[in-house]
Ligand binder design. Sequence first.
Ligand SMILES: Cc1ncc(C[n+]2csc(CCOP(=O)(O)OP(=O)(O)O)c2C)c(N)n1
Length: 588
Amino acid sequence: MKKIISGNEAIALGFGDFGGVFASGYPGTPSTETLEEVARLGDVYCEWAPNEKVALESAIGGSIAGGRSLSTMKHVGVNVAADALLTLTYTGVNAGLILMVSDDPGMHSSQNEQDSRNYAKFAKVPMLDPSDSQEAYEMVRAGFEISEQFDTPLMLRTTTRISHAKGVVVQQGKIAPQIGEWVKDVPKYVMLPNFGKLKHIEVEARLLKLQKFAETTPLNRIEMRDTEFGIITSGVSYQHVRESCPNASILKLGMVHPLPTQKIREFAKSVKHLVIVEEMDAIFEEQILAMGINVEIGKNKLPLCGEINADLISAALGGAVAEVTSPVAGLPQRPPVFCPSCAHRGLFTILSKLKVFVSGDIGCYTLGALPPMSAMHSVIDMGASISAAHGMAKVNAIAGRDEKPVAVIGDSTFFHSGMTGLMSMAYNGGNALVIIMDNRTTGMTGGQENPGTGETLQGIPARQVEMVPLVKALGIDNVMELNAYDLKETEAAIKKGLETPGPYVLIDKNPCILRYKIRKSAMIVDQDKCTGCRACLKVACMALGLTATGEKQKVRVDPNVCNGCGICKQTCKFDAMHTLEGENNANL
Ligand SMILES: Cc1ncc(C[n+]2csc(CCOP(=O)(O)OP(=O)(O)O)c2C)c(N)n1
């Protein structure tokens, strides 16, 4: 059967078709849809984990118990799961185990630009790098086979363009899942030093075997054409190379770790100029240079940062570059803002007013760092808001500074890795105000379920973790609830939290408007009362605009965009804003 699907959908389909039994992941662009698609298959078990470490460890358990397992995450998720990965490489697997990781060159939706091929090298595990949906699908099968044949976890890497671009996939025959034995094997699975030492030797030997395999597998193929330029490439870069240099010879690497050194030598000898086209780090290039092979064009002409495209390759090879007209040329810049009637807006309106130092985190609320709010002053990684605020407070105390930092974190991020930071703050006598924006979803990545939503990935009712008892159990005595739609209440609560010595937690429990499809009637502006002072525009809502140009410009509301939260109304000193029914919708 033929389908036109994205790389993520193709991997999910492959998981269903090639004997997949257990899948666990944590959302993160561009990987998220993979697990959602596995859930849609209906007949394969899958679940969201609270973070990537848990996801990978659960998949390890699935593999040990004999089921082909998959763990999905974005590139930075591997940092979280790395502790498990770097020892999993020693234990190896029982049934095949694939760690799917999606990189984001160009940082379309990420906090850094990280090349996961480094992890394959670091963990000494094989990695496959598909260049379209068909390959993504087939590499699930190859991945399970390699994982089982070599007793190793395997990393299946995508990048944004492979994860999200659609292509034709021809489905192959379905392999029914076969669950293997669940055996007790202490030297294999108990990584005490005496077993670990032996396992390390096995890992090095396995790598040599994998390298031999890389020489002959059809995953790595030479396409001989004109011998003027020979290009070594993989993943989406292969597509850009085909587009920009249709006549060039190519060594297309489907298995990007370990490298087929013999094949590379032969290919290099057979062409006049050797070129390496790889996005982000010079992983191939460094290894090929270390083999004593001259690379004429590589990172000397192609960027280390951002995505590579056909024009960049063409320019690097001295070819004619077609003039590119940006599809957005001439359009006004529009920075991202909170959705209309998002509760985060209420919180940041006040944080901005109070001019406190906000130790931020990763989620929709990170938009609070942008103008006009400009009320977030550090964002590092998931969970860092609380631990960093704790460190700031300690140093502030040593320096004799009387300012209490504010940490802002979402529910999904709190469950992911904020809880341990809060526990540390309680344990170590910290002094920060922590605000948990519990919108009952993982909003930033599209509204996924999490342990606080009361539903599983499949939408089945589940045990719901309650935030207040959880925070108290972590050692926090001062826990208050907050309604971020009410600006006065929010300001008072934050001031109280800042004045009270010691850790103080505020929890806003307003649900995500988008995820829960909450619709309220729009505001209207009484044009007779509006003075055009623009105070309301400071809440940065895209539903607000100005009336026609002229001296007496006033504020207007776009009723198709406004969701009637009433935050703007609370900033109006002239009582010019009302809902259509004339009522205040502030408490949604
Ligand atoms: C280690 C890691 N995993 C996943 C992501 C992707 N990601 C960004 S924000 C976020 C969670 C956002 O949810 P929440 O904290 O509840 O805030 P909301 O967006 O709902 O306001 C996720 C999963 C990431 N940036 N880093």
